[in-house]
Design a protein around this ligand. Structure first.
Ligand code: NAP
Ligand code: SF4
Length: 676
């Protein structure tokens, strides 16, 4: 039988470096290096992925000098005495059969420290600090610092470096007219603006010789006003190729852009048309990136001729064995990244160690013990939502004999509801992955009826874990029993047709999701239409008529009048996700959803929902009211077992509904499952 991913598993030679496949693990900032014994831990993190067949990996960004640090406590590579630490990483990767590049990233005006510099003293909209304009001798020094950093990376035995030229960092700031207002040889004309990038590559190539890989991450789309034009980008790519770049990686959108580029609402492989467009203008390989999270998508990108390699970053947090599973035609066994950002980027932006919602072991490879349990036990896990699935799998992986009970007729719990929210269909992958793995490990499933304490008692389990989840809270609002009121579980499980005017009580994660579900048009018919609507609604100009590839967004059609209400002041969706909530809110605003804060709920009756805001009573004349006012633990079984003098562990929403989120639920499931 022919291989399902022939393009992905075709070898590629980059100069003298032979790569066995076309899969790159893209740069991710994990903060692992900053932890105790961080370089060894980082080595273990990369080595596990290398052992599983990733062809080429790129480290998180390393600053070339003090001004070029991301933040005060983040490291640079400037001195020979810093080389031994990096050798811990390269040795671990090479021993595991992999290849690794070190990314050199100078943040320019995105720096989170007081020495930040830029081509011009213009503050970034996402940074409180104003950068200092670099003097021209300092620009010369910065180029030398990039060269020095590359040479030190070569001494540390990296296979090459990636020069970060995209996402709005320093080199990109020099390229774009909106951030480069200089009138010397480093600003003004396109030729002057691209001088920094070209000088860095020319001088680095001269210093490191021919065999060292120079990857350059080029900004294909800036997605900001006053960004680069397509003609400038092509001219830059061709000049960089001549200057000595081995391979291009793609960058999409600056960090300050108000267009989502990697959130789960972005269609799969949404940006690969841009790498395909540049590929036709150059003769060296180019890598496609962003929102590629399955082998099928990677294969399609390569088969369509949109790139020579595909880069994935977060998918390697979710599953270190992504490549070996794809190679062995076991795609169902891949733990797929669902683009939530909740345990990776959201933590990194809070300066906390990165991990992964669906794989809590990510970045804890040296700490989490997967060795077989000394004494295999007979284990019951009650509840087949995210916490129960994770617990059952971890316990089974350690060799315990596990029975998983689920009252519904299928596994997945709240993730089955999440998967029907527009843009969240990837959540179904998590249910598929856990179900598949449980089957492989012969976990016994009991579906379709709630298990009782007596039934559990009769089975004489050694350990019982309760993961029965949550039930919607019933707030004390007069008329909450009116037929026009429905709770979010009834809405998402039964999917009744609701009226044209709807009020939502509660604007947390679920209220926001429900608003998105109710405001969305019928699903686009196919992926081409889905991609076109995404680009139109967010104002991305695929023809590059304007610099930065922006155009006037097409208004999103309003399906309904929706009022999203909360009692607290401020914006809805507080705590939903540092790196995704803004895009959620913008989508809802574009769809005409009205946000109401500091709301007092007075009553619900035939007329609608009566509220008081700012001392003023008003009637929201709505056909339906959806209750999204949070959760209460569903844990009666704990007390019933206690009455029978049976101890149990409680995890996830059943343990604490107030601080529930899927990251905590899956992590707790895994911790308890591994500790049995
Ligand atoms: P939540 O985030 O705690 O929100 C509950 C909402 O109900 C709040 O807006 C709260 O705001 C309101 N509320 C609470 N008690 C109320 C009462 N007695 N009367 C009226 N309103 C009341 O909980 P959730 O939305 O149910 O979400 C559950 C968990 O899943 C959360 O951790 C959430 O972050 C997570 N989740 C995350 C996402 C995501 O995309 N990241 C999506 C879905 C769910 P006021 O008190 O201001 O009214
Ligand atoms: Fe992907 Fe979410 Fe894991 Fe990040 S936390 S790697 S986005 S699944």
């Amino acid at each position: 039988m022919s291989h399902p991913y022939p393009h992905l598993f075709q070898p590629l030679d980059l100069g003298s470096t032979h790569l066995p496949n076309r899969i790159v693990m893209g740069s991710m900032h994990t903060l692992l290096e900053e932890t105790d014994d961080g370089f060894n831990k980082t080595g273990a993190f990369f080595a596990e992925r290398a052992r599983n067949g990733v062809a080429l990996m790129v480290t998180g960004g390393v600053g070339p000098n003090q001004q070029g640090r991301l933040a005060d406590d983040e490291h640079t590579l400037e001195h020979p005495d810093q080389v031994p630490n990096h050798q811990l990483i390269t040795k671990a990767v090479h021993d595991a059969g992999g290849k690794i590049l070190m990314q050199i990233l100078h943040p320019g005006r995105y720096g989170q420290h007081d020495k930040l510099v830029a081509p011009s003293a213009i503050r970034a909209p996402i940074n409180k600090r104003v950068p200092r304009e670099l003097a021209s001798n300092e620009i010369e020094q910065t180029i030398e610092d990039f060269v020095n950093c590359s040479l030190l990376a070569q001494q540390a035995k990296y296979d090459g470096v990636e020069i970060m030229g995209s996402e709005g960092y320093l080199i990109n700031q020099f390229l774009a007219p909106c951030t480069n207002k200089r009138s010397d040889q480093w600003g003004g004309s396109a030729e002057n603006r691209m001088r920094l990038a070209i000088e860095i590559i020319t001088r680095t190539r001269a210093a490191v010789g021919e065999d060292f890989i120079l990857m350059y991450r080029i900004s294909l789309l800036d997605l900001v006003e006053g960004g680069s034009s397509w003609a400038d980008t092509v001219a830059l790519a061709q000049a960089l190729e001549k200057a000595g770049v081995t391979i291009f990686n793609s960058g999409i959108g600056w960090h300050e852009s108000r267009i989502p580029t990697i959130a789960h609402s972005v269609p799969a492989a949404a940006w690969t048309w841009a790498s395909g467009k540049l590929r036709r203008e150059i003769s060296i390989p180019i890598i496609a990136t962003n929102r590629i999270n399955t082998p099928e998508q990677g294969e399609t990108v390569l088969a369509n001729g949109d790139a020579d390699m595909v880069s994935m970053a977060r998918p390697f947090l979710a599953d270190p064995a992504f490549v070996s599973k794809a190679q062995n035609n076991q795609a169902d066994a891949i733990n797929t990244c669902i683009g939530c950002n909740q345990a990776c980027l959201d933590l990194i932006f809070r300066h906390q160690l990165c991990s992964c919602m669906v794989n809590p072991r990510a970045c804890r490879e040296t700490e989490i013990d997967l060795s077989p349990a000394a004494i295999p036990k007979k284990v019951a896990v009650v509840g087949g939502g995210p916490a129960g699935l994770s617990c059952a799998l971890s316990a089974a992986e350690r060799g315990h004999e596990v029975t998983l009970y689920e009252a519904a007729d299928r596994l997945g719990g709240q993730f089955n509801m999440a998967a029907i929210i527009p843009g969240k269909s990837d959540y179904a992958h998590t249910v598929r992955y856990f179900s598949h793995q449980l089957e492989q490990l012969n976990v016994t499933l009991s579906l379709g009826a709630p298990v009782t304490a007596e039934e559990l008692q009769q089975q004489h389990f050694d350990e019982i874990v309760i993961a029965t989840g949550v039930t919607p809270r019933t707030p004390e609002i007069p008329g909450l029993d009116h037929p026009k009121v429905i709770n979010y579980q009834q809405l998402l499980q039964q999917q009744p047709v609701l009226g044209k005017r709807i009020a939502i009580i509660g604007a947390g994660g679920i209220g926001m999701d429900v608003a998105e579900y109710l405001a969305a048009p019928a699903e686009p018919v196919d992926s081409t239409e889905s991609l076109r609507s995404f680009m139109d609604y967010w104002g991305v100009d695929q023809n590059f008529s304007n610099p930065g590839a922006l155009k006037e967004p097409t208004p999103m059609p309003e399906q309904r009048a929706i009022f999203l209400c909360q009692r607290q002041p401020g914006l809805p969706g507080k705590g939903v996700g540092l790196t995704t909530a803004w895009a959620h809110r913008l989508t809802l605003q574009k769809r005409g959803v009205q946000f109401l804060a500091e709301v007092e709920y007075l009553k619900i009756d035939d007329q609608g929902l009566t509220i008081r805001v700012d001392g003023q009573q008003q009637l929201l004349e709505v056909d339906h009211v959806v209750n999204c006012a949070g959760q209460e633990s569903r844990n009666d079984l704990v007390n019933e077992l206690a009455a029978l003098r049976i101890n149990c562990h409680t995890i996830g929403g059943a343990k604490d509904a107030d601080k529930l989120n899927a990251v905590r639920a899956i992590r707790e499931g895994s911790e308890v499952g591994l500790a049995l």
